[in-house]
Design a protein around this ligand. Structure first.
Ligand SMILES: [Zn+2]
Length: 256
């Protein structure tokens, strides 16, 4: 009996000793971690997010995560204006996800203006008297414009029809609002897109390097409602690809 019980007893003693030592080590480690995180909280939060601590495991991750969901007007909460404009494959991108710096003031693009003039001349040949009634807008001008709308209608309403400063594609110098001469009542309306002139523009703009920037049923991607009048110069090659494949600029560039 004695012989057969001895290994059991030894085993039990070793087990107890192991459990006690694990308990001691774990407690010691916890106390070390607590001391460290109490004393160096700023450092621990800033640079040591991956270190497992019992007191604050997820808080640093959550606060540093970018807010991905846009609000009802397509703006991203806590969005910061960058110091440089965004170019993707050489194409300047300005939308609610990629705003422009306040210092970005290129003026109207001469290349875009020349293409616009050629397009307007060609439209005239076809019997359509088009005009660009709005083009380049500086950051300062957009600020004045937006603030006046906010004063008049409140921010929520203003956000529905006016871009905040830094978020307007007109600041690129590559965008134009186009309508028909003498038909001002249809400027900035969806109906313009249904007129023969608006239809001609939609069908032919790509040949001159322009795209309808905010097409129907693409609000989720562009962040803007359908704007039958707003055209953006991207060059003939890209404009034709975008038109042929029925894409938005965001889809073509592979961003949202
Ligand atoms: Zn516009």
């Amino acid at each position: 009996m004695k012989k057969s019980r001895l290994p059991l007893i030894i085993g039990a003693v070793i087990s107890v000793a192991l459990i006690v030592s694990i308990f001691v080590v774990v407690n010691y480690k916890n106390s070390q971690v607590n001391v460290a995180s109490d004393e160096e909280q700023p450092a621990a939060q800033k640079g040591k997010e991956d270190e497992p601590t019992k007191e604050q495991p997820k808080t640093p991750d959550k606060t540093s995560e970018p807010q991905e969901q846009p609000d009802e007007n397509g703006y991203y909460p806590n969005q910061t204006i960058p110091t440089e404009p965004t170019y993707i494959d050489g194409v300047l991108l300005a939308n609610k996800r990629y705003p422009l710096p306040s210092t970005f003031a290129p003026g109207e693009s001469p290349e875009a203006r020349q293409a616009l003039n050629t397009m307007i001349a060609e439209a005239k040949q076809q019997g359509f008297n088009l005009v660009a009634f709005s083009g380049y807008r500086s950051y300062e001008y957009q600020t004045t414009l937006y603030n006046n709308y906010v004063k008049r209608d409140g921010q929520a309403a203003a956000d529905r029809y006016s871009a905040r400063p830094g978020f307007s594609e007109h600041q690129t110098g590559l965008a134009f609002d186009i309508g028909e001469v003498g038909k001002d009542d249809l400027w900035l309306t969806e109906e313009f897109g249904e007129t023969p002139a608006g239809q001609w523009l939609f069908d032919n703009a790509a040949q001159f390097g322009f795209i309808l920037r905010f097409p129907q049923n693409k609000e989720e991607i562009t962040g803007y409602m359908y704007e039958s009048w707003h055209y953006r110069y991207v060059g003939v090659e890209i404009a034709k690809k975008i038109k042929e494949q029925n894409l938005t600029l965001e889809e073509y560039l592979g961003v949202k």
